[in-house]
Structure formats: structure tokens, C-alpha cells
Design a protein around this ligand. Structure first.
Ligand code: PAF
Length: 280
């Protein structure tokens, strides 16, 4: 695997390549990232991964400075798996040599709800860096995980509206045996919190059963999820049933008629904020 730190080196490595499959990450790689690389390998050649902790997508009170940076370890994992041909690991100056005044602002309807409502500016930061990474890598396909469900949708919509020649592929959420979705932020959890963290997936699974049984409308479901997790000591940002196609709340007749749905949740356990979702 070639490790490059500048856009110029990256372009030199990829000159003439028309089938690049790309996996952007912020590093601290775990098996869910490695699964994205495997999927990329099935859909293109060569596979390019990036590791960049993007300051634009962190709010002032968020964990940008504490976010785990483990480049040496990440390189070792990628070399072991042998799926990636080039790793692009730029520093901040390489990605943002001057203030990034041109930014991609997702529409409020999608970018301003759920994660976008709780983390203002988050999807602008994500869209801007992904657009910039796409411009550096020029991939034919790019792979994202479904754990960041809304991010995946924002990026898909961005590519469609800008007519970028990149197919966005979605990988299923990778979970530990007890259901907890893999995330770099899980490492912030204490042993006690790690045991409790499985309750987020448990709550989503129970909610899904209730929707499938036709028992709950959207408001009752949301209140039920909030109550369940709050009673266990979580601080809930949202627990919400939405349509898969646009993440808006479904009408009751749409639920009855089998509209594809997704329940999305975000909640804080101690200092750690976890997100997860389940499709129906
Ligand atoms: O999902 C992530 O790790 C990040 O949001 C991404 C897509 C790499 C952009 O910084």
C-alpha cells in the first residue's frame, strides 16, 4: 500500500485510473471501516482510502481535539487486509491551505433535521470535505456505512444534484455480537457504559417490532423511545420514525401501506454521543 500525504502525490499515483473505488474515513479504523474497504474492492480497482479528521464538521463544543488519531495503527491494519492500494492521509494545511470560504450547504429539509438540527454546520462540513476529497481522488464509486444514515443520504443527494460521476454504495451497519454498532467513539465508553450502550440497539429493535405490529404512531413511538432511554440515564437527542426516501415523518396511511421506513436515534451516554438506526 502506498501512503501519500499530498494531493500532488495522490494524483501522480492515480493518473489514468478510471475505476477508482474510494472509502473516505476519519481514521481510528475498526472492522466496520475494513468492511467498507472490502466492499470497495468488489466494485472498483484500485481502492483508495483517506484518513482525515475534518475540522469543518466539528462544532465548537465537540470532540475535534480528542478525536482518536492512530495513523500508524491504521496503516498496519490496512496493510494486513491488503484491500487498499493508496492511502491518502493529508494534514489540515494540505486540505485547507486557506480558509475554506466556498462550502457546500445541504438544503435545510434534509441537512437541517435530526443530526443537522442537533449539530448545526455538521452536514455543511461533511459535504464540503467529501466534495473536496472526490475532486482529489476522482473516484468512480465511493462506499459509506449505513450507520451514518443521514450522511449517506446527504452525500447521495449532493452527487445527484451536482451530477458527479460517482456511484455511492451503502454498506450495512457492522455490529458487535451484542448489537452495538461499531464506531470510533465507542472507545470513549467506560466498561459500565459499554454494557449499557447495547440498549440503544435494543430500543430500536423493540421499536421496529412495534411498528411492524402496527401498534405505534410516529409521535407515540418517539415519546416511547425517549422515555425508555431517559429512564436508563441516557440524554436523548432524537428517536424518530422516518421515511427512508427523504427522512421526513411518514403519514399514518403510508405506514399502513408499507412505505419503507427507518427509525433513527441519537443519544448521549455520559460524555459519549452514539447514533444508530434500523430500517423497516
Ligand atoms: O463518516 C465519516 O467518517 C466522515 O464524516 C467522512 C465521510 C469521512 C467525512 O469527513
Amino acid at each position: 500500500m502506498k501512503v501519500v500525504h499530498t494531493i500532488e502525490e495522490l494524483r501522480d499515483q492515480l493518473r489514468g485510473q478510471l475505476r477508482v473505488a474510494f472509502v473516505p474515513t476519519m481514521g481510528n479504523l475498526h472492522p466496520a471501516h475494513l468492511a467498507l474497504m472490502k466492499m470497495a474492492r468488489q466494485h472498483g480497482d484500485p481502492v483508495v482510502a483517506s484518513i482525515f479528521v475534518n475540522p469543518l464538521q466539528f462544532g465548537p463544543d465537540e470532540d475535534f481535539s480528542e478525536y482518536p488519531r492512530t495513523l500508524e495503527d491504521d496503516i498496519r491494519k490496512l496493510e494486513q487486509e491488503r484491500d487498499v492500494y493508496v492511502l491518502f492521509a493529508p494534514n489540515e494545511k494540505e486540505m485547507y491551505p486557506e480558509p475554506q470560504n466556498f462550502q457546500i450547504q445541504p438544503p435545510g429539509g434534509l441537512g437541517g433535521i435530526l443530526e443537522g438540527a442537533v449539530r448545526p454546520g455538521f452536514f455543511t462540513g461533511v459535504s464540503t470535505v467529501v466534495m473536496k476529497l472526490f475532486s482529489c481522488v476522482q473516484p468512480r464509486v465511493a462506499v459509506f456505512g449505513k450507520k451514518d444514515y443521514q450522511q449517506l443520504m446527504v452525500i447521495r443527494n449532493m452527487c445527484r444534484q451536482f451530477q458527479l460521476p460517482v456511484d455511492i454504495l451503502a454498506h450495512e451497519t457492522v455490529r458487535d455480537a451484542d448489537g452495538l454498532a461499531l464506531s470510533s467513539r465507542n472507545r470513549y465508553l467506560s466498561a459500565h457504559e459499554r454494557a449499557e450502550a447495547t440498549q440503544l440497539y435494543a430500543a430500536l429493535s423493540a421499536a421496529r417490532e412495534q411498528v411492524l405490529d402496527g401498534k405505534l404512531d410516529t409521535d407515540t413511538l418517539s415519546a416511547w423511545g425517549h422515555q425508555l432511554l431517559s429512564d436508563r440515564g441516557w440524554q436523548v437527542d432524537y428517536f424518530s420514525l422516518r421515511r427512508q426516501r427523504d427522512l421526513l415523518a411518514p403519514e399514518p396511511h403510508e405506514i399502513e401501506q408499507g412505505e419503507p421506513l427507518v427509525i433513527l436515534a441519537a443519544a448521549r451516554l455520559g460524555d459519549t454521543r452514539l447514533i444508530d438506526n434500523l430500517e423497516i
